[in-house]
Design a protein around this ligand. Sequence first.
Ligand SMILES: *Cc1c(COP(=O)(O)O)cnc(C)c1O
Length: 358
Amino acid sequence: MRVYNFSAGPSMLPLTVLEKVKAQLTDYNGTGMSVMEMSHRSKPYQEINDKAESLLRELLSVPENYDIIFVQGGASTQFEAVPLNLGVNKKADYIVTGNFAKKAFKEAGKFTDAVCVASSEDKNFTFIPKVEANAFRKDADYVHICYNNTIFGTHYNYVPETGDIPLVADMSSCILSEEIDVSKFGVIYAGAQKNVGPAGTTIIIVRKDLQDKFQPICPTMLKWATQTKEKSLYNTPPCWSTYVAMEVFQYLKDNGGIKAMHEINVKKAGMLYDFIDNSDFYTNRVEKADRSLMNVPFVTRDAETDAKFISEASKAGFVSLKGHRLVGGMRASIYNAMPVEGIEKLIEFMKKFELENK
Ligand SMILES: *Cc1c(COP(=O)(O)O)cnc(C)c1O
């Protein structure tokens, strides 16, 4: 039996995609082998790679002056790759809105003069600061943001205006959940394992004119231009993960694309937040305007009751609801693949638990 998996990542994938992958597991498209066993230089894999790129470009309306690559290393490797790739002046401005944003900021400090221009840490990252264009240094190589804060359940409800300074965004936990205007960003990166596919592949969408701004010490493998030139095939790519991601892209396209997905996500998150806000048993501490559609943290009256909730929920088939250790309580991660039914059933369970534990 499949459970409702509320894990922040790796997380649920659409069952349709898993079934399709299963059917092709030992013999992909009549090749007599699995994608896991296939040379990345073979024609079938080149087709997967091309298709993943073109489907993602279509889904997110990525303009022609951007490259899309699939690389290894996860989003965390981009924390150091960003300052090494955008390092003409060796100055970078960061908005720190959570744990991953902070990690990115700290890592950048090893390779560039990184400055934190705004932070929400004083309120335990429960809001997104409004930052105006004049907050940034004019000669900064880039401004870095984390668009959706997975651990704290916040999301930007605006795109910071940075003028001519390229905006770099970590979108690991919200990519493909909503339509975005890619042209407002210089670089977008995201690990796959939250809302795209299995862990392993990392999406990078990078404007073409930003690919010659690297520091001389930038390692070949971290340099975006290395992979954009070779269409993600400079070295062995994360073949399996990119293949499943491609099937997820196809699935999204077949189901109305990102616009349709966003409407469902608004509905799902709305149901859960409404229920929490109308309850005097559960609380979400995030500023309403800055709430995430993907990650919904909540607490009961005390840690003991939270622990009981998590344990009973798990037995009832709602798994991985434990909040991150930095926040405590619960967190329901409700990415694209979580069906509306999963939210309805979770709310039913929450009602029952409330009655029994009030
Ligand atoms: C999960 C996550 C990361 C870390 O991703 P890895 O692929 O594990 O390196 C970075 N940023 C955000 C916003 C995340 O949610």
